[in-house]
Design a protein around this ligand. Structure first.
Ligand SMILES: Cc1cc2nc3c(=O)[nH]c(=O)nc-3n(C[C@H](O)[C@H](O)[C@H](O)COP(=O)(O)OP(=O)(O)OC[C@H]3O[C@@H](n4cnc5c(N)ncnc54)[C@H](O)[C@@H]3O)c2cc1C
Length: 418
């Protein structure tokens, strides 16, 4: 171990891992050595064309970390939301529920941000803060007395650390190596993701069509003004579809795929076209039996994977980062070991209930809406209609989606410094 400052190694430079690295380094400065390892750090972050809904609480965290300013010019506020429930062949998709999207004066409940912009801003901020970025994977670790030896992919000598954070995604090898169980089930659905160009302005409206094969979400992206002055309007889609239909759909000729898109997207925004090649992600639920082990903590998708129906997976991962950074910073300020059992138990306690609740809620919503049983449809549409007439309840739901209902939220999610 270093005689000067303790070290934390984060394996996985996705958005959750990078946010943790930045939060820790900004808060602890030279008193903590933060090492981030991921072979993907070699790639151009802008190559990732996916986009995410970032809830208001996560945006406040990015503001507190001084990265939101970099991302804001390309971020699209979600100003309202419309929910419909119909069968694919229905000629119209009647609106059952609408939400106006403000959670406070001029503060939208969420923004759409591209993964490329956010990753690039976090990497730049990590570099400026002094995080040591290594473009290589972690291939294993050995817990030793009072520390953990982290083995890097290039065979360098083991890196001793007080704590290893596994932020290595849903198929985490490090979680497996730590012997931490994974409770999971498949949804037999895939999420098809693409950017869609359309003729008319979306006006900041997000739309979710509940269809029997799964939810079809249209999420507004920032419009782009081209050099000739024309404005390009765009949205991101998350098209949940039964997995068995997906290969034929994606391999079909482009015209057929466009017709299938139009059947779901509708023509309210005029003519549509694919701007990026659609990519499919198999959807599943998964949660680790524990989020911590001996000198190891799981973060983001390595700890939990949920259905994208409510666009909350990454938001949960950012919440993990805010909570873990806080318990580590608080412990270090009291002179405690950042990888000690008390710190890790505090992290587990802080995250377990929220993750379980969100996992079950998204699982339940998907089961309730992804079917075509008439009695279930009648009951759920009655429920949606009732909620639509209850402004207080709608305000609660929108604050919940924004991540603002939890009074015990970590400081970063309230926009406060760590
Ligand atoms: C279709 C779809 C739509 C979604 N939409 C939203 C949304 O709108 N809003 C939202 O909040 N969430 C959304 N999500 C969820 C979101 O994509 C994930 O929760 C989030 O990207 C997970 O981030 P992460 O940093 O935990 O993991 P990842 O992004 O998976 O990053 C893991 C990283 O670990 C690296 N790695 C792997 N193994 C190693 C190793 N051994 N050593 C070092 N590095 C390693 C990988 O290279 C990778 O960079 C969506 C998910 C899907 C499938």
């Amino acid at each position: 171990m270093s005689t000067t400052s303790p070290r934390i190694v984060i394996a996985g430079g996705g958005l959750a891992g990078l946010s943790l690295a930045l939060a820790l380094k900004q808060a602890m400065g030279d008193s903590l050595d933060v090492v981030m390892c991921d072979p993907a750090l070699r790639r151009d972050p802008h190559g990732d064309k996916r986009a995410y809904a970032i809830a208001a609480a996560a945006r406040r965290m990015l503001e507190a970390l001084h990265v939101w300013d970099k991302v804001a010019p390309g971020a699209q506020p979600m100003l309202d939301m419309v929910i419909t429930d119909s069968r694919l062949q229905d000629p119209v998709r009647p609106t059952f529920l609408t939400f106006s999207g403000d959670v406070g004066e001029g503060e939208p409940f969420a923004h759409m941000v591209t993964a490329g912009d956010l990753t690039a801003a976090l990497i730049e901020a990590c570099t400026a803060a002094g995080v040591s970025l290594k473009a290589q994977g972690v291939r294993g670790f050995t817990a030793a007395a009072g520390h953990v030896d982290v083995l890097l992919a290039d065979g360098e000598a083991a890196l001793p650390a007080a704590l290893l954070v596994a932020a290595d995604g849903a198929r985490s090898k490090l979680r497996e190596q730590a012997g931490i169980g994974w409770i999971s089930w498949p949804y037999r659905q895939s999420g098809i993701v693409a950017t869609i160009a359309h003729e008319r302005d979306h006006e900041g409206r997000a739309v979710e069509h509940f269809l029997p094969s799964g939810p079809f979400a249209i999420l507004p992206l920032k419009s782009e003004t081209l050099p000739d002055g024309t404005v390009k309007h765009r949205s991101s889609i998350v098209w949940s579809e039964r997995s068995e239909n997906v290969p034929a759909l994606l391999e079909s000729d482009p015209e057929h795929l466009l017709v299938e898109l139009e059947r779901r997207f509708g023509l309210q925004l005029g003519k549509v076209a694919f701007e990026t090649t659609p990519q499919a992600f198999p959807l599943s639920f998964g949660v680790a039996r524990t989020f911590v082990g001996d000198r190891i903590a799981l973060l983001g998708d390595a700890a939990h994977v949920i259905h994208p129906i409510a666009g909350q997976g990454l938001n949960l991962g950012l919440h993990d980062a805010a909570s873990l950074a806080q318990v580590i910073a608080d412990a270090m300020r009291l002179g405690q070991d950042p990888g000690g059992a008390d710190v890790l138990e505090a992290y587990e306690r802080a995250r377990r209930a929220d993750i379980t609740a969100m996992g079950l809620m998204t699982d339940g919503l998907n089961r309730l809406f992804s079917n075509d049983l008439l009695p279930v449809r009648l009951i759920r549409d009655l429920g949606l209609g009732l909620v639509d007439r209850m402004p207080g309840l709608k305000r609660f739901f929108i604050r919940e989606a924004a991540g603002l209902t939890n009074r015990d939220a970590p400081r970063l999610l309230k926009g406060e410094a760590l």
